[in-house]
Design a protein around this ligand. Structure first.
Ligand SMILES: [Mg+2]
Length: 370
């Protein structure tokens, strides 16, 4: 089996409503679908979903990297030798995790389809057939808007992820309290601060975090403030998850050893692919640190990949962030993510288990749209 071609299609994708988190207001998403084909007709799909807060990659740069650097390296090679391919990819892709993730996913998908096994089998096998997911309530200045979204999502999810970190800390905490008051004590809440609180903000928030009943804080402080975060991990008596602080497998090793978080967010897009995410999770596990499967709110291909990754991990400390396609106006896969009893089924078919709607994908090609 030999790789014949690698194609990158920029997708014109948009969200159903503006999603605010960290310093970002997202209304569109510059995703790129990577398609690897072999001479004998096998095909695999991957998806890049670059986020400026994590990387300098853009939709245009990803297309160029795939065409100019990945294709010349991969054409003629055997896609079944994924690890040697990824090893060589390191020499031509520098600091391009989202491009890397799409290529890794496409290789896994192609080989899975060829061998007629799901991707989670290639990762070592599934610990579960479905994974619990959480909803997500973007930041809004007006707490009533956050309350409305939270109340609606609480009908679907047992866990909600809220966002904080913009503006005044007390106003932030008031918004979180308003959501708690509206959804009641039974809905489990955690908050992603995207590293935007200062150490003094976090110190000030400590007692209210307990009063509001937050189960976990994700990246409350910037990665540079890891020493403060480590001290506060003990004081908080709740979990602290590291996300922005874990961009590479090396970071996962450092944060695990450093004990500045009790849980690592191992989203495969930001980590440079499912192979790296699995390594990061194994390192966390070996160090007694928990993991959760995050995302950057991707479309169907990357989300299906995340479901396989979550299935292949023995323990998940928190529900997974794998309902991304529900936030999009467009869909590129025939199967859709469906949340039942707060869970999403791990796709059972070969490869990623979702069929890409190539006709719709071509229709959404950003290069042919006004
Ligand atoms: Mg996060």
């Amino acid at each position: 089996m030999q790789i014949q071609s690698i194609e990158a299609i920029p997708v014109a994708a948009s969200f159903r409503s503006t999603f605010r988190f960290g310093t970002t207001d997202r209304t569109t998403s510059p995703n790129v679908v990577v398609i690897i084909r072999t001479h004998d007709g096998a095909v695999g799909y991957g998806e890049a979903c670059p986020v400026p807060a994590f990387t300098s990659e853009t939709q245009e740069s990803i297309v160029e990297l795939v065409e100019q650097r990945v294709a010349p390296l991969f054409v003629g090679r055997n896609p079944e030798h994924r690890l040697p391919l990824l090893h060589d990819l390191d020499s031509v892709l520098k600091c391009a995790p989202f491009t890397n993730a799409a290529v890794d996913t496409a290789l896994l998908d192609l080989v899975g389809r060829t061998l007629d096994v799901p991707v989670h089998t290639l990762l070592g096998g599934a610990f579960r057939g479905r994974t619990e997911v959480h909803g997500s309530v973007g930041w809004e200045e007006d707490s009533r808007k956050m309350v409305d979204v939270a109340v609606e999502q609480a009908q679907t999810y047992c866990w909600l992820k809220l966002y904080a970190g913009r503006g005044d800390i007390d106003a932030d905490l008031d918004r979180l309290q308003a959501v708690r008051d509206a959804v009641g004590p039974d809905v489990k809440l955690f908050v992603d601060v995207n590293g935007m609180w200062s150490p003094s903000d976090l110190t000030r928030a400590l007692h209210r975090v307990h009063d509001i009943g937050l189960a976990m804080l994700e990246q409350p402080l910037a990665p540079a403030a890891a020493a403060f975060q480590r001290e506060l991990v003990g004081a908080l008596r709740i979990d602290i998850a590291a996300d922005e602080a874990v961009r590479t497998v090396t970071d996962a090793a450092a944060v695990s050893a450093d004990r500045s978080a009790t849980v690592l967010n191992v989203g495969h897009s930001k980590l440079g692919g499912p192979t790296a995410a699995l390594q990061a999770a194994q390192i966390a596990h070996a160090n007694g640190v928990g993991v959760m499967v995050g995302s950057v709110i991707e479309m169907g291909i990357a989300t299906a990949m995340g479901l396989h990754l979550a299935a292949a991990l023995p323990r998940l400390s928190y529900p997974s962030y794998l309902m991304g396609p529900l936030k999009y106006r467009q869909q590129i896969t025939e199967q859709q993510v469906e949340v039942v009893d707060g869970c999403v089924a791990v796709p059972a078919g070969p490869g990623i288990g979702f069929t890409v709607d190539e006709r719709e994908l071509r229709r959404l090609d950003a290069r042919t749209r006004p």
